[in-house]
Design a protein around this ligand. Structure first.
Ligand code: NAP
Length: 252
């Protein structure tokens, strides 16, 4: 694949960091924006990953970072958006500002100020755009659902400029920061064997591969779509899952 310049919003940890590594390994130039410089820096061997610091909520700082990236590394061909709100404040407002205002600000900044054309955008959503996990809070669910509609809107609005935009909706995945804790007692692996059709928990690297596909020419006629990456777990009717746990139950 021809080397690209990929702009990754929030790629200093977790899925974003795994994606930055994958893109760098493919030979792409990777520009990252997050609020803090990570320690250690995302490793790529060749120094193709560089990090700019800006808060999505600070329009001026974000615009400055986008301008510097454009001037120093040239036009962007792909943008991938990872951030969600993980603060202590008002989670409703925080999720909306981080996910929705943030994504819109980056997309419109790229298109209107930096002439972004003929490229790909991937917004990272979640299975919780459609399903409910009460611990994750109302704002997360509603903001992710709205993000999927944002994808469809922009797919129609930006298609004439040659811009494709899609979302990826992961279920739970293992990432560097949580892998050890999630696997420590074996419960998640046992549960995944029981309820995930593919029989295991997925990884950040597997989600990153789907993002890579959507940013590549292999997806050149795909826009406005949401790709669920959850090993099939969300396909099942909840009552069928419950009966799988209790074979004596009526309806099994
Ligand atoms: N983890 C899972 O199992 C899971 C499952 C389904 C979906 N997802 C989705 O996958 C995405 C990535 O999740 P993750 O858990 O891998 O990542 P994460 O640990 O939440 O990292 C988020 C990234 O975004 C940056 N960020 C957050 N707020 C920002 C802001 N206001 N301005 C600029 N950068 C900001 C963070 O860096 P700074 O804090 O330094 O800014 C970090 O690089 C999220 O959209 C999440 O909803 C995750």
């Amino acid at each position: 694949m021809t080397p690209q310049h990929a702009l990754l919003l929030g790629a200093t940890r977790g899925l974003g960091r795994a994606t930055a590594r994958l893109f760098a390994a493919d030979g792409h130039t990777v520009s990252v924006i997050a609020r803090r410089r990570p320690d250690p820096a995302p490793e790529d061997g060749g120094g193709s990953i560089r990090v700019w610091t800006a808060d999505l909520g600070n329009a001026a700082a974000l615009a400055k970072a986008l301008t510097e990236i454009h001037q120093e590394r040239g036009p962007v061909q792909s943008m991938v958006f990872f951030p969600r709100f993980r603060g202590d404040g008002d989670a409703w407002r925080g999720e909306f500002e981080t996910i929705l205002d943030g994504a819109r600000r980056v997309i419109e900044g790229l298109v209107n100020q930096h002439g972004f054309r003929d490229g790909s955008i991937v917004l990272v959503s979640s299975v919780n755009a459609r399903l409910i996990s009460p611990k994750l809070g109302l704002g997360y669910h509603v903001a992710k659902a709205a993000l999927n509609q944002m994808v469809r809107y922009y797919a129609v609005a930006l298609g004439p400029k040659g811009i494709r935009i899609n979302s990826v909706s992961p279920g739970t995945f293992l990432k560097d920061e949580t892998r050890a804790a999630l696997l420590a007692d074996g419960k998640l692996e046992r549960l995944s064997r029981e309820i995930v059709p593919l029989g295991r928990v997925g990884t950040a690297e597997e989600v990153a591969s789907v993002i890579r596909f959507l940013c590549s020419p292999d997806a050149s006629f795909v826009t406005g779509q949401d790709l669920v990456v959850d090993g099939g777990v969300s396909l099942q009717f909840q009552e069928a899952l419950a009966t799988a746990w209790d074979p004596g139950r009526p309806g099994n």
